[in-house]
Write a protein that binds this ligand. Sequence first.
Ligand code: SAM
Length: 292
Amino acid sequence: MLKNKCFEFLSCPIDGSDMVSLGKSVCCVNKHSFDVSKEGYINMLTSDKRFKQKIGDVKDMLLARSNFLQSGYYNFLSEEINKIAIRYLQNNNNKDGCILEVGCGTAFYLKRLKDNIDNDLKKEFCYFGTDISKEAIKISAKKYKDINFIVADTYFKIPIKNKTVKIILNIFSPRNPEEFSRLLDDKGIIITVIPNENHLNELIEKFGLVKVEQEKKKHLMDALDGQFDKIEDYNFTKKISLKSNSIIDLIKMGPSYKCLNDKKIINIKNMNKNLLEVTASFNILVFVSKSR
Ligand SMILES: C[S@@+](CC[C@H](N)C(=O)[O-])C[C@H]1O[C@@H](n2cnc3c(N)ncnc32)[C@H](O)[C@@H]1O
């Protein structure tokens, strides 16, 4: 259930007005109402967009992602994200605000960031995770009671008030520059993570998987260029050694999910009796608004 003090950050996805809690639902002054689920999340997709909640990641992908991330292989990435966020908050520790992950999936990075901020800065913020997949939000809301979860479409309206967000995490998920610009407070930052072109290349070659999009960074820069300046840019690469179960989870949680049939799974298990060394390679970019 949304914490009381976090209600002040919510806004109606239809008309942008303030929201109040009515217990099992939240409602705006113009009577647009959204149900609060028994797990405590709010589905704020408007009725004409509800079909979209089936567009995001499906349960099988989410469980694979959760397994894989909980095994710790990408902890190094989460630690780098946290360092950037904490450094930023230390230098801009002014007024209250919220921290948002769009397309949060199983909220692995958001939860680790929250725990890190709680421990190191002893400062309370409101944390929001949004995703278009109702299944993702349901799994996350069951697991992390100290974060507020909302089903919302990044390409439409993210139901949070203008200029209230200190940090937007945008990790391997879609982005919407107009919405990001509306949400960020004057000093706010976007921390974006994309895979580098050599990310998982051993797996891609060995099992014929979907390749990382060429020029991904250029497309990202082109998309954000009008409204944001890039202020930091880091590359991190690490070799990770994977057993076949983790390989299967890693394939299932990503864009090659659909090419993983039973035959391929048996193949992976047979081909891979030993550990397989795989390159994990990420680009973290930090952006601020040009109009700040
Ligand atoms: C590759 S996953 C990344 C999840 C999480 N950020 C992480 O790194 O663990 C991409 C996520 O974006 C979500 N997504 C896809 N399209 C979306 C949209 N239009 N609005 C919100 N979320 C979306 C998917 O459901 C999925 O959970």
